[in-house]
Design a protein around this ligand. Sequence first.
Ligand code: WT7
Length: 631
Amino acid sequence: MSNKIQTLSGYIHEYAKSVQNPDLFWSRVADSFFWQKRWDKVVEWNFDDPDVKWFTNAKLNITENILERHLFIMGDKPAIIWEPNDPEEASRTITYSELHKMVCQFANTMKAQGIQKGDRVIIYMPMVPEAAVAMLACARIGAVHSVVFAGFSATSLADRINDCEAKMVLTADGNFRGTKKIPVKAVVDEALEKTTTIEKTIVLKRTGLDVTMQEGRDIWWHEAIEGVSTENKAEIMDSEDMLFILYTSGSTGQPKGVVHTCGGYMVYTNYTFQNVFQYSQGDVYWCSADIGWITGHSYIVYGPLLAGATTVMFEGVPTYPDPGRFWAICDKHKVNQFYTAPTAIRALQAYGTEPIGPYKLDTLKVIGSVGEPINEEAWHWYHDHVGKGKCPIVDTWWQTETGGMMISPIAGVTPTKPSYATLPLPGIQLAILDNDGKELTGNSVEGNLCIKYPWPAMIRTTYGDHKRCQQTYFSSFKGYYFTGDGVKRDEDGYYRILGRVDDVINVSGHRMGTAEVENAINEHPKVVESAVVGYPHDIKGQGIYAYVICDMEGRSEENLTSEIRQSVTKIIGPIAKPDKIQIVSGLPKTRSGKIMRRILRKIATKEVSNMGDTSTLLNPEIVEEIMEGAK
Ligand code: WT7
């Protein structure tokens, strides 16, 4: 692709051009795609409503840019290499022309089952190639996919189905995770008891777990596709038609549906993938995320496949059958670019370097990190032992809402700096604002990370509730998109993310709202009130600390805390299970009744030497008691 930046001066030049004339910059990038009709305007926007449109009136189908665009020159090239959970099971390689057939066939299948352009389809599946096929088949016919991470509970799944009024669920009988077989269809069945909009489910056979199939509603995948044509003409989509909804947590109790649209998302994920990883034709790229998160959408499926890359998809977990599994896969499939999360690096680091020993890792050229701040120790371990000191680390900062990477080194082109995401990518105009909304210019400043100009893959709305989008992202600082993160720009102009400044915690790279976890805890009949904060955790980055007021009558503390854990697992999923639960008799509150989280955070972090002024509290005596209990 002609838009690949290859030198530091090239980056500086491209960045300058992207700011001086964004229209020209992005139209030049967009010109390398296949459009059914070219755009009238590159970008139209305001951040007040907000109202953002990229490539106005352009027509396209993103799957034509993944499939048809690549078929003639690289039909036989592997598009997806799939590595199963069990290393003894054969891996699968799917070429671009095979992927084309699978996507077309499944697109026709969904249509035959009643799905039309604009309908919402939930994908609740394990990490198998069919999950990617499902996403692309939706995009092919203009259905809006919403992938729900298969570790979420039936309640979470039902909430998402109801919020977007989905018509279909694509799922599987079960999920292999290490030594376990996790029921998946059974969770769907439970969820569907709380929903009314689902007409059909299509169920992939993967584990052979027993499932109940409801007559007229549930169909096996292999039966549904039988005899269905592998030819399909792509639906022509407007650039601003919805491509997908992805639910993510915020500071309120209910996750919101982040909406991404076709044209801008396509251009931006391809552009950032090619540049940040410096992907060259023939390379094998692997991102270890799950397709249930934005990383999986943008950098397992869309970005790499748009670039005609070979993308590896792994079904299992990093420690099965042993903590060398990631490295075994890198060697086995000759991976050139590897992208993972700091929590995985820290978890593997805890086993020492011995599990890496048997592997060469000599095909690796670039290694990446995403999801949370990477601490210096993990950065160096990753650099020295995985990258063998020769692979640049791309520490990529971005969000579900940004659709693609925003701040990141460009591998081998721009400098890296341990624990820094470094510099904005071309087109990204950052601003650091103080709490009064004043922009802090110059270097050596710290504040709220905002963005002052639109980029093609940015969030357009929160599904069904545009006001919520406006309030969450565009109201804190007028005229700016607010990320919710704190940031520092150091003396050299490099950016370091300092973590969330709102009531959001980041556990193992998964975003969680404290209010959401509190709601789940409060569902327990014996719980009176609770407050949740994050605290530093060696492996997860942040752990969940819950302070809970309980009616203890006839219960032991041990029983109650274990029941609370179970109930959170049931309501949200195992990822939201509190690491620590402290039963308390009260919570520190202001006179207006607001919980003083600042104090609870300090206690959880064991920073109790300076509690600040507690005299304005309604119940200052409680602080001492909670501190005692925390010991
Ligand atoms: C939040 C977004 C981006 C896909 C995965 C998470 C944190 C993300 C980094 C990074 C420091 C990071 C931020 C951000 N975050 N990447 N490289 N360094 N922090 O997506 O669930 O939407 O979470 O993750 O706090 O706001 P997400």
